[in-house]
Design a protein around this ligand. Structure first.
Ligand SMILES: Nc1nc2c(ncn2[C@@H]2O[C@H](COP(=O)(O)OP(=O)(O)O)[C@@H](O)[C@H]2O)c(=O)[nH]1
Ligand SMILES: [Mg+2]
Length: 217
């Protein structure tokens, strides 16, 4: 895929307009593990790619898929010098074969355990569905490895205001104390500025605070 020649100002303060860097089907294809990056992960159809596009300020940067569970690639986007946003394949799609599920686990675990430039993970949760078993497993897994997480409660526009606040309280209780979470909507753009601030801070701070050496598989 061709690179854009110029970069326009981006809505994320320390981040230039993103350009697609590469897709990786295996760790050997990951770009050089330098600088800092923030990964987006979540159930298929939870609004992960939509959130990435909106936060990055670019339409259709990460393909918004109508075929959940099909993409088993990690997509890297460059948003500045050695700064990247990363779209991980979604999980929890019921109709994928065990083989695909194993491949997901292998690829994503390889990424999440070995990636020294990983500064934090955005986890998307459909606010109506809340925290499923798979999401809770991912949360525990990331927290065990000291990886910073920001939860986006997506599709908040599908609920009324009071209902969305109630769901937020319920999900916050499930996540446990002192978790970062935001109600988020691609339609109303609720939560977009706050999510950008998280990511900007994670990409700006130096050095990476996660104990990457503790994350050796
Ligand atoms: N109403 C509404 N729909 C959304 C929102 N975010 C995503 N969607 C829709 O949910 C579907 C799945 O979104 P997508 O970003 O592809 O999910 P992914 O599989 O997690 O990457 C698409 O039809 C999106 O248009 C949102 O905040 N509000
Ligand atoms: Mg997607």
């Amino acid at each position: 895929m061709g690179r854009l020649r110029t970069r326009a100002a981006s809505p994320v303060p320390n981040v230039s307009t993103p350009i697609f860097l590469k897709s990786a089907a295996a760790p050997a294809d990951f770009p050089a593990d330098e600088g800092r990056e923030v990964a987006f992960v979540g159930r298929s159809n939870s609004g992960k790619s939509t959130a990435l596009n909106l936060i990055a300020g670019v339409r259709r940067l990460a393909r918004v898929s109508r075929m959940p569970g099909r993409t088993q690639l990690i997509n890297f986007f460059e948003v500045g010098a050695q700064r990247r946003l990363v779209d991980l394949p979604g999980y929890g799609f019921a109709r994928v074969a065990d083989e695909t599920r194993d491949r997901w686990r292998e690829l994503c675990e390889a990424y999440l355990t070995r990636r020294r430039s990983l500064a934090g993970v955005i986890v998307t949760l459909d606010i109506r569905r809340g925290l499923t078993d798979l999401d809770a497993e991912l949360q525990r897994w990331l927290e065990l490895r000291g990886i910073r997480i920001g939860f986006l409660l997506t599709k908040t526009d599908k609920l009324g205001h009071a209902a969305s606040l109630n769901r937020e309280r319920e999900i916050a209780a499930q996540l446990g104390p002192r978790r970062d979470l935001l109600r988020f909507s691609a339609l109303s753009r609720l939560g977009v500025p706050e999510a950008r601030r998280w990511i900007d801070a994670w990409l700006s701070a130096d050095p990476v605070v996660n104990a990457a050496e503790d994350r050796v598989p």
